[in-house]
Design a protein around this ligand. Structure first.
Ligand code: GCO
Ligand code: MG
Length: 403
């Protein structure tokens, strides 16, 4: 039995902050888990160092399910993003260890490949429609089969998803939260035009996606979904905040545009009603924020009963360790839908050498034993943590709103 002998948290900032858990065993192998919770990184680092690691030492590293239950039930305080991210990091690291000891990539332990690769979508964004379409064309040239479109909205100084960067979007910047402004009316008038022009320029052989980023009421979301129906979106994401799962009934009554939600969910309970009532088409919960591979498999199994497919969150704040875990997971489940893929910066990739690869719009986790990601600790030590917040958002009259 491989015993856990040590575990520690590595905080580094190769371009952005990442928290990584490293678990060591007496059999000479170690495992890595992503523990990054954007804007609240050190809370998870402390949760792991001060409260979880002492309970791990001496345990059988093979007992993934038992350790998951121990940390979930044993905390007494169940769920929540900090707890579930910490549990996810342990879970990922243990799957990594199990794979290394078995000499197999994790997807083989999960049942083997159920498809050739995981279809991914990239992010095209621009300050206006023409620039957004130009970026989308670049993705098409690189072989992408799906692309998310976000564009600056006339009359609004900033818009979610729009950055100066070409292939990624990094919203966590300020040492205090930046303030942005929002106008639903301006946005709602503009988005159908974006997609109409995109279809004219890009044609119909590419999947188009869009992220509303929690900004509409259910009835507004219903109207936007209906206005976008002619352009056949792959999905409309986070159309309204989802704490109230029943709110999606209203959207569903008004549109057949497929709906995706769940990047901020941390357990199956956040999605139970949405899935069971078939109020969504894609569940976006991901490995790092929703309890690891072990818990996400449970979410996917429930979703499969209702023909809901996965579409895991994959922004740059999810480290290459999470990206790899998501690919092993996505490759092995029956109801994989799509995987978000925002490329990491070169600095990030250098700190986390990885076996996953992109080809013709699909990603594959690679066949290295375990997750197939390592961490260069010498390089990581050169990048010191720096506090960075996500922005906050206000309506034009100053009312605090959803970012
Ligand atoms: C997405 C997300 C991100 C989040 C970010 C927050 O769809 O990729 O909405 O852009 O805002 O990951 O940490
Ligand atoms: Mg999103």
């Amino acid at each position: 039995m491989p015993r856990i002998t040590a575990a520690r948290v590595i905080v580094t900032r190769p371009g952005r902050n990442f928290v990584t858990l490293k678990i060591e065993t007496d059999e000479g192998v170690y495992g890595l888990g992503d523990a990054t919770l954007n804007g609240r990184e050190l809370a998870v680092a402390s949760y792991l160092t001060d409260h979880v690691i002492p309970c791990l030492i001496g345990r059988d590293a093979h007992s993934i399910e038992d350790i998951w239950q121990y940390l979930y039930k044993g905390a007494y305080w169940r769920r929540g993003p900090v707890t579930m991210t910490a549990i996810a990091a342990v879970d990922m690291a243990l799957w990594d260890i199990k794979g290394k000891l078995a000499g197999m990539p994790v997807y083989q332990l999960l049942g083997g490949a159920a498809r050739e690769g995981c279809m991914v979508y990239g992010h095209a964004n621009g300050s206006d429609i023409a620039e957004t379409i130009e970026r989308a064309q670049e993705y098409l040239e690189q072989g992408y089969r799906a692309v998310r479109l976000q564009s600056g909205v006339p009359g609004m100084a900033t818009t979610y998803g729009v950055s100066g960067e070409r292939f990624y979007y990094e919203p966590a910047k300020g040492s205090l939260p930046e303030e942005s402004q929002w106008s639903t009316a301006k946005y709602m008038r503009f988005v159908p035009e974006l997609f109409q022009k995109a279809r004219d320029a890009l044609g119909w052989d590419i999947h188009l996606l869009h992220d509303v980023h929690h900004r509409l009421t259910p009835i507004e979301a219903g109207r936007l979904g209906r206005d976008l129906e002619p352009y056949r979106l792959f999905w409309l994401e986070d159309a309204t905040p989802a704490e109230n799962q029943a709110a999606f009934r209203l959207i569903r009554q008004h549109t057949t545009t497929p709906l995706a939600v769940g990047e901020i969910f941390n357990s199956i309970w956040d999605a139970k009603q949405l899935i069971e009532e078939q109020l969504i088409d894609y569940i976006r919960a991901t490995v790092v924020h929703a309890g690891g591979i072990t818990h996400l498999r449970r979410v996917a199994a429930l979703a499969d009963l209702y023909q809901v497919r996965t579409g895991c969150h994959g922004a740059t704040d999810l480290s290459p360790v999470c990206m790899a875990a998501a690919l092993h997971f996505g490759l092995s489940i029956p109801n994989f839908g799509i995987q978000e893929y925002m490329r990491h910066s070169e600095e990030t990739d250098a700190v986390f050498p990885h076996a996953y690869s992109f080809e013709r719009g699909l990603m594959h986790p690679g066949d290295k034993p375990g997750l197939g990601v390592d961490i260069d600790e010498v390089l990581a030590a050169k990048y010191e943590y720096k506090r960075a917040y996500l922005p906050v958002n206000r309506l034009e009259d100053g009312t605090m709103f959803n970012w």
